[in-house]
Design a binder for this molecule. Structure first.
Ligand code: ADP
Length: 160
């Protein structure tokens, strides 16, 4: 039996924190599917196609990691792809309440899918796509928080 996990998120854009979680997950599972949500409610800076391309450009070479768009309910996607686990990253207590609610709701919807939380390296615990976008928008240097390709794409977004 192949052990497959889904790592869902907006990845708007992918940061070194996400990459850290992906790296941990791919050591625990045979296959990891990084599932990129449309997330229109959050009004993403990068389109779905751009977010997928940035992930592909950054981690496309890892043999047991797949990148896919996520449409509809996460648990339906997990069942369709025969995944038994959902990976989420936990940075701080502030993440906990929302993640706890999501995990229990997903379990209620689909008991066969277990949510697993992974903690990133300490230096990534304060890193989020939201804060990186905010710094970049204000002209700050975010290169050390992002893969080079993503930092360049972010600079291009705010250039004018
Ligand atoms: P979402 O919109 O689902 O929160 P994100 O792309 O912001 O999507 O995050 C996807 C997942 O990655 C979430 O579980 C989030 O907690 C986790 N994550 C984001 N940034 C980091 C980080 N720096 N370290 C560890 N986990 C992170």
């Amino acid at each position: 039996m192949i052990r497959r996990a889904i790592y869902p998120g907006s990845f708007d854009p992918v940061t070194n924190g996400h990459l850290d979680v992906i790296d941990r997950a791919r050591k625990l599972f045979d296959e990891v599917i990084v599932a990129v949500a449309h997330n229109d409610q959050k009004q993403p800076l990068f389109t779905l196609e751009e977010r997928l391309a940035l992930l592909q450009g950054t981690i496309g070479k890892l043999d047991n990691v797949e990148i896919a768009p996520l449409d509809g309910l996460l648990v339906d996607f997990a069942v369709a792809r025969e995944a038994t686990a959902v990976i989420r990253g936990l940075r701080a207590v502030s993440d906990f309440e929302f993640e706890f609610q999501m995990a229990l709701m997903n379990r209620k919807l689909e008991a066969t899918v277990e949510t697993i939380f992974l903690m990133p390296k300490e230096e990534y615990t304060y890193l989020s796509s939201r804060i990186v976008k905010e710094i970049a928008r204000l002209g700050g240097n975010v290169a050390e928080f992002l893969p080079a390709q993503v930092a360049a794409a972010l600079r291009a977004k705010f250039k004018n």
